[in-house]
Design a protein around this ligand. Structure first.
Ligand SMILES: *[C@@H]1O[C@H](CO)[C@@H](O)[C@H](O)[C@H]1NC(C)=O
Length: 192
């Protein structure tokens, strides 16, 4: 009887700690992998407006026309404004981005609230003018990890060939993108 009770407490604890991230997630066993990130990353060139072309995982009842605008607040702090159209309304949230380790400038951290820690926001690859591939992974108790991935574009759509290459980059880094889904970027000039 005892081990069962212990396990129940343990999983209860895990779910309380991990609930916000896990709701839309299938966790993967083991710690996060260490993907290669963009070498010689230029934060300056990355700034500006990016549209969400595809994301992992697919989320239920998510808004459409999701975009994020990165601007410098100071030399080291980034203003991150994301917007979407949901249920006929434009919604915006503002967050803060930082370079976590100056030796690794492609590894950003982004937080959308003072009470939340910075989540990893790693630029795996970008040409700055067309596409950017972003990955975020968080270890949960070193037992499993939850991850997010995005294909971003400077325009609301990208050529199939670019998306195919993007998926290959993720796969090469052992990131499972089989459930990655295209984001809706249609009718973004109207809210209904
Ligand atoms: C991005 O943010 C900057 C600074 O707040 C603003 O001047 C600019 O108009 C924004 N661009 C878009 C497309 O929202």
């Amino acid at each position: 009887m005892r081990p069962v009770g212990t396990m129940r407490v343990f999983w209860g604890l895990v779910s309380v700690l991990a609930l916000p991230v896990l709701r839309a997630q299938v966790p993967h066993w083991g710690p996060c992998s260490e993907p290669e990130v963009q070498t010689g990353f230029s934060l300056q060139q990355f700034m500006g407006r990016w549209f969400e072309i595809a994301k992992l995982p697919a989320q239920f009842e998510k808004g459409r026309c999701i975009e994020t605008n990165f601007t410098f607040r100071t030399d080291t702090s980034i203003r991150v404004v994301s917007s979407e159209i949901l249920k006929g309304e434009v919604r915006k949230i503002e967050g803060t981005g930082i370079v976590v380790d100056p030796k690794n400038p492609a590894k950003l951290g982004i937080s959308y609230s003072y009470v939340l820690p910075y989540s990893p926001y790693w630029i795996l690859s970008t040409d700055y003018v067309n596409f950017a591939l972003v990955y975020s992974c968080t270890d949960v108790l070193r037992l499993f990890h939850v991850d997010f991935a995005w294909i971003l574009g400077r325009t609301r759509s990208l050529p199939d060939s670019t998306i195919e290459r993007a998926l290959n980059v993720f796969a090469y880094n052992n990131i499972d993108v089989t459930r990655m889904t295209p984001s809706r970027q249609q009718d973004c000039d109207k809210t209904l």
